[in-house]
Design a protein around this ligand. Structure first.
Ligand code: PLP
Length: 388
């Protein structure tokens, strides 16, 4: 059958019809170990009983009403996020891109309200990824994503990632904010150093700029703290969250300080589906589990174990693999061999991982992955590398 879908995703053939925990089952019955997890979305694996229970109960009660009416679940999830973060207020939407968009709008409106409408430019980093809306692609500036879509000046500037001088050079009288991912995901798993983030924050303070963090991929427990920046000792003014927050249900959230959030007064922004009861039931169930300290410590332990074992693999296959990076269970493996070929061979052996920039692959298992499942992934990697 020919597909009526637009061709922007190509023609993937592998199809799954169910999943359980760390495993996906293809339509032909084959079992795959899923270390892609919908690109860091299924934070608790597939069909976690607590999430199934929460969404089933909600599905039998009330799906959607509109933000015209009070939604207790969205107030509850906002309160949980505020309790465990720098933020005072939360806006719910349906994706990472929308959370980013909300942050950008808030930043511009904040300066507009302060009588500084000319302060509307935002500086982003090379190698960044913030989504696929016009503003998000303009911010990240990846030529492959931008070609044919943008007007000459979309209001964003780029600094070289990791280079504080480059950032300083980009700051002008119209600069409003700086955005970055505490760990770059799509660009290759590149962790922002504590000293670099501190220097960025100092520059923001010096020039009166706002700091926005994109934790769409690295947030919600993935690094072993609820948000990755919490390990880096610097708080942002605004943060975009999504992916793992819904555990597979589309949820985005923009978190902000009171001062910044006050820019979004009644009627300035909105979303039909954002924060709807169905989404919030799952979000609350995810947060109930993920915000627990023991759970987060276990993510760190699992990540450390996985990375130590990967280091050993690199030592025995230094001609094939280069380095390992990442924090918690957001792990990157830089390859000497072509990473796309390695990913395809791993898939043949029933291990799913994701491509990232810089000839690397991403290992993004469920946050509750077991040691046995990590060992299984390692044994598949070993087998594929041994036969290279
Ligand atoms: C860091 C980061 N920001 C933003 C996005 C966009 O999120 P979404 O695809 O949910 O719109 C992604 C998605 O991969 C991401 O990794």
């Amino acid at each position: 059958m020919t597909s009526a879908l637009m061709q922007n995703y190509g023609k993937p053939e592998l199809e799954f019809d169910h999943g359980k925990g760390s495993f996906l089952y293809a339509v032909n019955g084959d079992r795959y170990l899923d270390f892609a997890m919908g690109i860091a979305v299924n934070s608790l694996g597939h069909c976690h009983p607590a999430l199934v229970d929460a969404i089933t109960k909600q599905a039998n009660t009330l799906w959607h009403t509109s933000n015209l009416y009070r939604i207790a679940g969205s107030e509850e999830l906002a309160a949980r996020l505020v309790e465990h973060s720098f933020a005072d207020r939360v806006f719910f939407c349906n994706s990472g891109t929308e959370a980013i968009e909300c942050g950008f709008k808030m930043i511009r409106r904040y300066f507009y309200n302060k009588g500084e409408p000319q302060r509307n430019r935002i500086i982003a980093m090379s190698g960044a990824f913030h989504g696929r809306s016009l503003a998000a692609i303009a911010a990240a500036g990846n030529p492959v994503h931008c070609e044919g879509f943008l007007l000459a000046d979309s209001g964003f500037d780029q600094a070289e990632f990791g280079n504080i001088k480059s950032l300083e050079q980009q700051i002008g009288e119209n600069t409003a904010a700086v955005i970055l991912e505490p760990i770059q995901g799509e660009g290759g798993i590149t962790v922002v150093e504590e000293s670099y983030l501190r220097a960025i924050k100092d520059l923001c303070d010096k020039h009166g700029l706002l700091l926005m963090l994109d934790e769409v991929q690295c947030g919600v427990g993935r690094t072993g703290s609820l948000y990755a920046h919490q390990q880096l000792g610097v708080n942002p003014d605004v943060l975009a969250s999504a992916k793992g927050l819904g555990g597979g249900f589309p949820i985005g959230a923009c978190l902000a300080t009171e001062e910044l959030a006050s820019a979004l007064s009644v009627g300035t922004h909105g979303s039909t589906f954002g924060g709807n009861p169905l989404a919030m039931s799952v979000g609350n169930a995810v947060m109930e589990i993920v915000s627990n300290e023991d759970f987060l410590n276990n993510v760190i332990d699992s990540g450390n174990y996985f990375k130590e074992e990967l280091e050993k693999l690199i030592n025995t296959h230094s001609d094939l693999l280069k380095s390992v990076s990442g924090t918690g269970l957001m792990i990157g493996l830089v390859c000497e061999i072509d990473s796309a070929t390695l990913i395809a061979k791993l898939q043949e052996q029933k291990l799913l991982v994701v491509k990232a920039g810089g000839n690397s692959l991403r290992l993004l298992p469920a946050l509750n992955v077991s040691r046995e499942e990590i060992d299984l992934a390692l044994s598949i990697l070993k087998k594929v590398l041994a036969s290279w």
